[in-house]
Design a protein around this ligand. Structure first.
Ligand code: NAP
Length: 540
């Protein structure tokens, strides 16, 4: 007998939401305040905040500019909240999300310390039955996952880690009390956005920092600083305009992408525009020309500019060459932004190891052994990223109609309709799921659009007396083909080792996971689907 359906005491809700980060908090607010539904959020951590709860590593800071990295649904919230810097640091974003939880009285419907183990669709009752690690049971008509795209730590399986005598940490599961690097020899593996933020801050305290680089990476200076009061005032006065710009933009950021093409710009002028963009700093560097991600020749101009900046910044040309030996076009992997990353390699207590030339063989009790050397280390920092977009969802045993699991449905890679639903899993919605723009955008913009679409969809179901909604298999196949076609129209698949493709996790199917067709276009497609009586879905 199925224990889940026979349980005498599940607690019933209209909707269950998994995760209390940006997505889960807003989903709770919308369903409760706009539709009057009973909702419970189940959250594994002992606080709200999602990614900003977990990622407390040194230097953790948002790469989106603060005035764009926030909710826009409440004018009062926008007016009240004051960001202190151009880019908010992790503690400030976490404070913001806690403020939102209090401001909208969300905590009473959030259950913390509660990790969802399984979710099974009960076809007879048309309910999702959810069980937590602690054996608690819940049931609801709707199940909405808001588990984040980058929430399942990827710790590489390097032989010997178990026997390491020092301490080791993954950046995405950082201890709340922090880590004292004073007088320690630290080894950092990984030079993605996280590693590039962490290295300068670790180097400031450690006796020695050794950075183990597998794939060299571009980075643009963030140019962070305190928020200028005059700019803050202007932002508040023009907020509706800024919101509109974010909604119309392909990446959800509060800046416009130039209409100019790099390949059609005179080289001297192009260089000057790159210099200007470099001085402004941040993710908006990419916006200087519109053709960087679609034309290899255009991309080469940006890549060469950025590589020359590395060589000019790093004192030792041999170290500069290792850092600038980048094998993929600019921005085909998520482009990091930094504060003094390349400058860090000029410090006497920092060294770089090129793992392409000298790969790690194993971890020793007292350090790391590469093919040709041994490094004595007290602390290891794994800035090695995440089992992105699917990892956390697949850790939950999700079982849809006919006992088919999500793991089976996605054995060859994630397949969704609009990144919102999977055929065979009625009334299950995935906030910023694979197949949606998500990580290619400024996340809060993508999250608000998804949450509002889901809320409107549930409201429409109610109005039409429908009890279930499910994507059709054809709609899923067509959407997967469309996502692939959009990816192939860009240079992005050229970065064969990118986590966008799942390539960073051994054995993970290589499928381009986020939707690269642009947030503005995606928003229109979703609106059109709803206007056409939810075409591609079956409502019953
Ligand atoms: P990541 O981009 O996946 O980078 C992981 C790094 O670890 C890469 O350099 C990777 O090398 C290396 N690595 C992985 N396994 C390895 C192994 N076995 N041996 C040696 N090196 C290994 O992860 P991340 O830096 O944590 O960033 C993930 C995403 O989080 C970002 O792309 C971004 O979307 C988001 N993020 C956002 C912010 C922000 O907004 N503030 C900050 C940080 C991160 P390879 O490249 O060779 O695989």
């Amino acid at each position: 007998m199925d224990m889940h359906t026979s349980s005498p005491d599940p607690r019933y809700y209209d909707a269950l939401v998994i995760g209390a980060g940006f997505g889960g908090l807003y989903q709770l607010y919308c369903l409760r305040e706009r539709l009057g539904m009973s909702v419970l959020v189940l959250e594994a951590a002992d606080g709200v905040g999602g990614t900003w709860y977990w990622n407390r590593y040194p230097g953790a800071r948002c790469d989106s500019e603060s005035h764009g990295y926030c909710y826009t649904f409440s004018d009062d919230l926008v007016r009240e909240w004051e960001w202190s810097e151009r880019y908010p640091g992790q503690p400030e974003v976490l404070r913001y999300l806690n403020h939102v939880a209090d401001r909208f009285d969300l905590r009473r419907d959030i259950r913390l310390d509660c990790r969802v183990k399984s979710a099974r669709f009960d076809e007879v009752e048309n309910l999702w039955r959810v069980e937590t690690d602690a054996g608690e049971r819940y049931a609801a008509r709707f199940l909405i996952t808001a588990v984040g795209c980058l929430s399942s730590a990827n710790i590489p399986d390097i032989p010997g880690l178990d026997g390491f005598k020092g301490d080791w940490y993954h950046t995405g599961e950082w201890p709340h009390q922090g880590v004292d690097f004073t007088a320690k020899r630290v080894g950092q593996i990984g030079t993605g956005s996280t590693g590039i933020q962490a290295a300068p801050v670790i180097a400031a305290d450690a006796a020695h920092l050794t950075v183990f680089q597998r794939t060299a990476n571009y980075s643009v200076p963030a140019r962070n600083g305190p928020m200028d009061p005059a700019i803050r005032r202007q932002i508040k006065e023009r907020y509706h305009e800024i919101r509109e710009a974010m909604h119309l933009s392909p990446n959800g950021h509060p800046f416009l992408i130039s209409e100019r093409k790099a390949v059609e710009t005179d080289p001297a002028e192009r260089e000057a525009l790159y210099e200007e963009a470099w001085e402004k700093g941040g993710l908006r560097f990419r916006a200087v020309f519109q053709d960087l991600l679609v034309d290899q020749a255009a991309n080469d101009t940006a890549s060469e500019f950025l590589k020359s900046k590395i060589m000019a910044t790093v004192d030792d040309p041999a170290v500069g060459e290792i850092l600038a030996k980048i094998d993929h076009p600019f921005a085909t992997k998520r482009p990091p932004i930094d504060t003094d990353y390349f400058e860090t390699f000029n410090l006497p207590n920092v060294s770089l190891v090129d793992l392409r030339a000298d790969p790690i063989e194993c971890i020793l009790p007292n350090g790391i052994k590469t093919r040709s050397r041994e490094f004595d280390l007290d602390i290891l920092v794994f800035a090695t990223g995440f089992d992105a977009m699917t990892g956390t969802l697949l850790k939950i045993e999700i079982e849809g109609r006919d006992g088919r699991t999500l793991r089976e449905a996605w054995k060859e890679g994630p397949r969704t309709y609009l990144g919102l639903q999977v055929d065979g899993f009625p009334n299950l919605f995935t906030v910023t799921g694979p197949g949606s723009p998500s990580v290619l955008t400024n996340m809060p913009v993508a999250i608000e659009q998804h949450v509002e679409w889901i809320t409107d969809c549930i409201a429409a179901m109610r109005n039409n007396g429908a009890a279930s909604i499910e994507a059709t298999a054809d709609a899923v196949s067509d959407w997967v083909a469309h996502v692939n076609a959009c990816a192939d129209a860009t240079l992005m698949p050229k970065a064969g080792h990118s986590w966008y493709l799942g390539a960073n996790v051994p054995g993970k199917p290589r499928v381009f996971m986020p939707y690269p067709g642009g947030m503005h276009r995606y928003r229109e497609i979703c609106a059109q689907v709803a206007a056409n009586a939810y075409e591609g879905f079956v409502l019953r």
